[in-house]
Design a protein around this ligand. Structure first.
Ligand SMILES: *Cc1c(COP(=O)(O)O)cnc(C)c1O
Length: 399
């Protein structure tokens, strides 16, 4: 592994063009792979999806990989596979995207929120005990930004209380916890290939598991509850016979999308290496600024660096987060915020009675977080521009 960081140049003028928060790498090989599928005449789920599932499973080192058309669909089917039912409760972090909780609501089950660790922004395992009761059936840890959660404590808690663990790994490809790849640790792990994620199929997702029963169930539910045994037994090359074993969903991935996935997966490690270098450059570029708290990385993980989230030390600044983001935009730097904690959204407040001050860490952190651009297409000059823009805003608004 290379370990050099990018050199940070002296102050630069405002950049000429807008640097978007994200932009995917789509090269000739992705384009020709899609064109090949289009020319083949077989557009929907077929050989390319099988190839993508096989190569993804090998990449992760997990026996079963089930491709679907979004990360949300993967989470939904994972909960169906483990048997979540109306009235059940599922523990998950407040610091996540809506998808993590809404899939619980699909079942008429209840998402029970837990606060985050103020350093990693991952779910704080200390909150599990208070969130647990006799209705609890599962935990959905989210590897925030690509940094694996404290899986040892989460898995131990789950074992002690007979809970399943479905990981939301939408950010965590490729990521490792104590040398083990995310995707082969919990009961089922769900990945997203949305346009902004570390690899993309436009829209897409994958569920990995070592349990063949759960894999079969997710595969069956992903396409109208049609039994794959029936396909295998009777339909060798496109026979008309099939059996519906339960009402399923329309979550299958297309071969068009899977062809993108096959090509992107080949570059997954190279993409990671670029992001790692950018993260190192940001760390170095902000190291001497007490006004900026850089991401805290645990020693026993490989962070996927899907997100690089800084926290403004507001006590030291005369500018708030909203105006800081606007100042960055004025300097042609695109940013985002991950996330507006779920308990602050009207639906969760109104339905479950959460209030703005609940979950003290997530509520406080939310006022301070800004996600900076971090993607392989960024040049060294782009990275310098981000560092210089942040530094100059800090210098202008230092208290
Ligand atoms: C993107 C994302 C999802 C959903 O993935 P989709 O592919 O967009 O459905 C779920 N959880 C988290 C934390 C995400 O960031």
């Amino acid at each position: 592994m290379r370990s050099q960081t990018l050199s940070i140049n002296k102050r630069r003028p405002v950049r000429q063009s807008f640097l978007p928060f994200h932009s995917p790498v789509i090269a000739e090989n992705e384009i020709s792979a899609v064109v090949e599928v289009l020319k083949s005449g077989w557009l929907t789920t077929g050989a390319k999806v099988q190839e993508f599932e096989r190569s993804f499973g090998e990449f992760i080192g997990c026996r079963h990989a089930v491709a679907v058309n979004s990360g949300t669909a993967a989470l939904h089917l994972a909960l169906a596979a483990i048997g979540i039912q109306r009235g059940d409760e599922v523990i998950l972090p407040t610091m996540t995207f809506g998808a993590t909780a809404e899939v619980v609501l699909y079942f008429g089950a209840k998402p029970v929120l837990v606060d985050c660790d103020p350093d990693t922004l991952n779910m704080a395992p200390d909150g599990l005990e208070a969130a647990f009761n006799s209705k609890t059936k599962a935990i959905i840890p989210v590897h925030f930004g690509g940094q694996p959660c404290d899986m040892e404590r989460i898995l131990r808690f789950a074992r002690e209380h007979d809970l399943r663990v479905v990981e939301d790994a939408a950010h965590a490809l490729p990521a490792y916890y104590r040398g083990r790849p995310i995707g082969g640790i919990g009961d089922i792990t769900c990945f997203s290939f949305y346009a902004t994620k570390t690899i993309t199929t436009g829209e897409g997702g994958m569920a990995t598991t070592a349990n063949p029963g759960w894999a079969d169930k997710m595969r069956m539910l992903s396409l109208h509850g049609i039994s794959h045994d029936a396909w295998n037994r009777y339909s060798a090359e496109g026979s008309w016979y099939y059996e519906i074993l339960c009402p399923g969903y329309k979550y299958n991935l297309t071969d068009i999308a899977a062809s993108l996935g096959v090509e992107q997966l080949k570059k997954c490690n190279a993409f990671f290496e670029s992001r790692r270098r950018i993260a190192a450059a940001y760390h170095e570029g902000f190291a001497d600024l007490p006004e900026i708290k850089t991401p805290v990385c645990k020693p026993d993980v490989q962070h996927a660096w899907h997100l690089y989230v800084i926290q403004l030390e507001l006590e030291r600044l005369s500018i708030n987060r909203r105006d800081f983001i606007e100042a960055l935009r004025q300097k042609n730097i695109g940013t985002s915020v991950h996330f507006i904690p779920l308990h602050l959204h009207p639906y969760y407040r109104n339905t479950f009675g959460y209030r703005p001050g609940d979950f003290a860490n997530a509520s406080a952190v939310f006022e301070r977080i800004i996600s900076l651009p971090i993607y392989p297409k960024m040049t060294d000059a782009d990275v310098n521009d981000v560092v210089e823009a942040v530094r100059s805003i800090v210098e202008e608004h230092r208290r």
